[in-house]
Design a protein around this ligand. Structure first.
Ligand code: 5AD
Ligand code: FES
Length: 347
């Protein structure tokens, strides 16, 4: 297996059959070797730096009904909230003081946040914090809308593809959501000039290794600037309530493989990974991740943005999360820095 990993490092590619063997390999020595190679690749590009993203979960209203997600519209038990423009700005203000140089506005697909509402908000954030990057994670929109938000100053966009297999996509989403439209959105975002992040859950219901390999092939083709991956975790009020949590080990192997395939990619150690395993984020960083995304949302709404069960950090102040994350990152030999942390092609 070491030869295989060495060849992956050299060629940034393997055959489907070889990827399958690597993803399924449970031998500790092999996975540690894979992770060590991923760390080398990442340190060649980004050194020991770990970038912070201040996550502002500004609305949990959502018109969609994704089968895996706790804030899907048919979850009548979700207590809905929407931050005001003032509250969002105040999150940025406290985040800036804490050292964040990227803000991520993440929310459900909430019709209240039309372009007319978002454009002035984006402009104001960018005027107040010109040295900060602004990332949007607000789902599928039309290209004209993405363009307006970009022109207003948004720098980056996160939109996970969820799975690169159309049939699998359709098994995770209601009929009104289309795989082709999701893909079109991603290509539109790229064409406009955003730094784009896609990604998938690991171990989502009906997922096979073949699907994961398709995801890798899609990443090779799309060449995203960011890739968000984390284990699927069931939410009790969804149709997938009784499904199993995705494998942390497979998530870690995929982080390493993605790091090696796309050396310059910005790769977060996600909250879902930290939820599925108490040391998941540390393990993620040691597997090749170089981004962490502590929560900046006001504490009184934290426990309402629940995509899955047992989410960590829902009771902690932003200051506590940043202190905690800084220590956790240091403990594994890396360093949280106060920088925008752009993809190397954009910096
Ligand atoms: N478990 C893990 N991740 C989830 N997401 C949504 N629901 C879950 C879940 N139950 C992920 C999706 C989405 C991102 C914002 O969160 O991949 O794109
Ligand atoms: Fe939130 Fe540790 S990162 S408490």
């Amino acid at each position: 297996m070491k030869d295989l990993i060495d060849r992956l490092v050299k060629e940034r590619d393997l055959s489907d059959e070889e990827f399958e063997r690597l993803i399924l390999c449970e031998d500790k020595e092999t996975t540690e070797y894979l992770a060590s190679k991923a760390r080398e690749v990442r340190e060649d590009v980004y050194g020991k730096e770990v970038y912070l993203r201040g996550l502002i979960e500004f609305t949990n209203y959502c018109k969609n009904d994704c089968l895996y997600c706790g804030i899907r519209r048919s979850n009548k038990n979700a207590e809905r909230y929407r931050l005001t423009e003032e509250q969002i700005l105040s999150c940025c203000e406290s985040g800036y003081k804490l050292g964040f140089r990227t803000f991520v506005l993440q929310g459900g697909e909430d019709a209240y946040f039309s372009d007319d509402v978002l454009v002035p908000l984006i402009k104001e954030i960018k005027e107040k914090y010109p040295e900060c990057a602004l990332t949007l994670s607000i789902g599928e929109r039309e290209k004209e809308s993405y363009q307006k938000l970009f022109d207003a100053g948004a720098d980056r966009y996160l939109l996970r593809h969820e799975t690169a297999d159309k049939e699998h996509y359709e098994s995770l989403h209601p009929a009104e959501l289309s795989f082709d439209h999701r893909m079109k959105c991603l290509w539109d975002l790229k064409e406009i000039g955003y730094q784009v992040g896609c990604g998938m859950m690991i171990g989502s219901p009906n997922q096979t290794v073949k699907h994961l390999i398709k995801d890798l092939r899609f990443l090779q083709e799309f060449k995203p600037e960011m890739v968000g991956i984390g284990p699927f975790i069931p939410h009790h009020d969804t149709p997938f309530a009784d499904c199993e949590t995705g494998s942390v080990e497979i998530t870690l192997k995929l982080l390493s493989i993605i790091r090696i395939m796309l050396p310059e990619v910005l790769l977060p150690a996600t909250t879902a990974l930290g939820t599925a395993d108490g040391l998941g984020r540390e393990k993620g960083i040691l597997a090749g991740a170089n981004v962490v995304m502590p929560n900046l949302s006001p504490t009184d709404v934290r426990d309402k943005y629940l995509l899955y069960d047992n989410k960590i950090c829902t009771g902690d102040e932003a200051a506590e999360c940043i202190r905690c994350m800084t220590l956790r990152v240091k403990k594994v030999g890396y360093e949280v820095v106060q920088k925008r942390g752009d993809h190397i092609r954009f910096s």
